[in-house]
Design a protein around this ligand. Structure first.
Ligand SMILES: [Zn+2]
Length: 324
């Protein structure tokens, strides 16, 4: 029997052009994706994370030590050029040819267009009507104008686990059953977490709020939230006087209850802007800077987003406070 299994394994190695004798060296660009991959590979190996969640992947450049890690990887998972422009050239210049998967090119994921203005029109449709909501793929849109925060849709997360497991089965056929089982478990737990979050958010769906940067569209659309605008389309550390006026107008015009800052950017940017404006300040983090990377990290990220939205928006007195 043992010989038979060894033979099967050997044959699998011959059949698959990808196969390695030991688990592949997998490098993942950002923490939320790393957590999804960790769930798929649990019990087999731990993938490595390129950029810690405390750092924003927008406008980054690659340290020489990180460039080395790219060279050692067998499989590299990233969002793609619209988020991680800093990886485009290093990936082109690799001397080896690892499997490189850019999620924004994966046809089974829902890709939304990047919004072009910092104030957004009111959403009139509900969560349930989103099944055939217009979404975009390569043939529709220049990828540089797609919204890169694709991991914040639970539906995309289930697909990411799926597509990652399919690649791992080819790279490491010996552990394929484990990858497939882990993927099913991840998707089942995701369903539960998704249901809980829908319940938590049901009371605050209509509450208007603003965010620091336009990083939450996938989450907002999926759960049908009433986000009215962002301080920045792309995170930026400076704010013009004209833009500051525009933001204050949106806050007042749309009666925004709460504005959410991000741990990756300095607080002073929001406190200066809000001097004299009656609005609560919350925290949203699209990456999960305070979350331990690992198999449960993605669920913690979604739960933290819903908890923080709820904490700032689910307060019946906040509307009255503002009208004074
Ligand atoms: Zn972002």
């Amino acid at each position: 029997m043992r010989t038979f299994i060894a033979l099967l394994t050997f044959l699998a190695t011959l059949v698959s052009p990808y196969a390695y004798a030991k688990p592949p060296n997998v490098l993942v660009s950002i923490a939320p994706l790393h957590s999804i991959v960790s769930a798929v590979t649990e019990g087999v190996f731990t993938p490595s994370l390129l950029i810690p969640a405390g750092q924003s992947p927008h406008h980054l450049s690659l340290a020489p030590s990180d460039a080395q890690r790219l060279h050692k990887a067998d499989f590299i998972l990233w969002v793609g050029p619209s988020l991680e422009n800093y990886l485009v050239r290093p990936l082109d210049n690799l001397s080896r040819a690892p499997v490189v998967l850019a999620l924004e090119h994966v046809a089974s994921l829902t890709i939304l267009p990047q919004r072009e203005t910092i104030e957004w029109p009111e959403h009139t449709h509900s969560h349930d009507e989103h099944s055939d909501h217009a979404h975009l793929h390569e043939h529709d849109i220049d990828l540089l104008t797609s919204d890169p925060h694709l991991w914040l849709s639970p539906k995309n997360a289930a697909q990411i686990a799926q597509v990652v497991s399919e690649h791992l089965v080819l790279l490491d056929p010996e552990n394929s059953l484990r990858y497939l089982k882990n993927t099913q478990d991840f998707q089942a737990r995701l369903k539960q977490v998704d249901t809980n979050i829908s319940n938590v958010l049901s009371d605050i769906k209509t509450m208007p709020y603003m965010v620091f940067h336009d990083g939450y569209q996938y989450f907002e659309q999926y759960y049908g939230l009433n986000s009215v605008g962002a301080m920045h389309l792309h995170p930026d550390s400076s704010l013009s006087v004209k833009r500051a006026h525009q933001i204050r107008d949106i806050i007042q015009g749309r009666a925004a209850v709460c504005i959410f800052k991000e741990p990756q950017f300095p607080d002073a940017m929001i406190t200066n802007l809000l001097d004299g404006v009656a609005i609560k300040v919350g925290v949203l983090d699209p990456l999960g800077a305070n979350i331990e990377p690992g198999p449960s990290g993605y669920f913690s990220l979604l739960e933290q987003l819903s908890t923080n939205l709820n904490a700032c928006l689910n307060d019946p007195t906040s509307q009255e406070d503002r009208s004074e």
